[in-house]
Write a protein that binds this ligand. Structure first.
Ligand SMILES: [Zn+2]
Ligand SMILES: [Zn+2]
Length: 141
């Protein structure tokens, strides 16, 4: 059986990594931390067990910022692309921003999370479920 890989990396090309499929999930997160760390309206995340993630190059260029929650936000020290997320409450798992990955994904986005923190100037035009925080409590628009 062939192991299928996705490749990914940063804007300047200094950081490149490989992700072995299958992906665990894909979801859009609207929380303030994601928005500010990526300077974006929301961040689309996927994850894999850490043993399915491997740097091809630029592991030394990858800086980690630890936020108050204890999360580690991984970004390229040279160009600033924010790509990775790890947190103690999910040991053995690495989250990767989907926008930093190339290739065909075996999953589609399944939900919006932390939707109560969404910005007022963007409206998701899809019919995916929208949840409060990381719970499964629905939010109606
Ligand atoms: Zn870079
Ligand atoms: Zn978030």
């Amino acid at each position: 059986m062939n192991i299928e890989h996705l490749t990914g990396g940063c804007f300047c090309g200094g950081v490149q990594f490989q992700v072995e499929k299958p992906l665990e999930f894909i979801s859009h997160c609207h929380c303030e931390s994601c928005r500010l760390s990526h300077s974006a309206a929301f961040v689309t995340w996927t994850s894999v067990p850490t043993d399915q993630f491997q740097f091809v190059t630029g592991s030394d260029l990858t800086q980690r910022y630890q936020s108050e929650s204890g999360a580690q936000w991984g970004f390229c020290r040279r160009c600033g692309s924010s790509m990775l997320y790890e947190i103690e409450s999910a040991p053995g798992r690495i989250y990767i921003s989907l926008a930093s990955l190339e290739g065909s994904f075996d999953l589609a986005p399944e939900s919006h999370v932390s939707f109560e923190e969404q910005v007022p100037w963007f409206h998701a035009g899809d019919s995916l479920p929208k949840y409060k925080g990381k719970s499964r409590e629905p939010i109606n628009e």
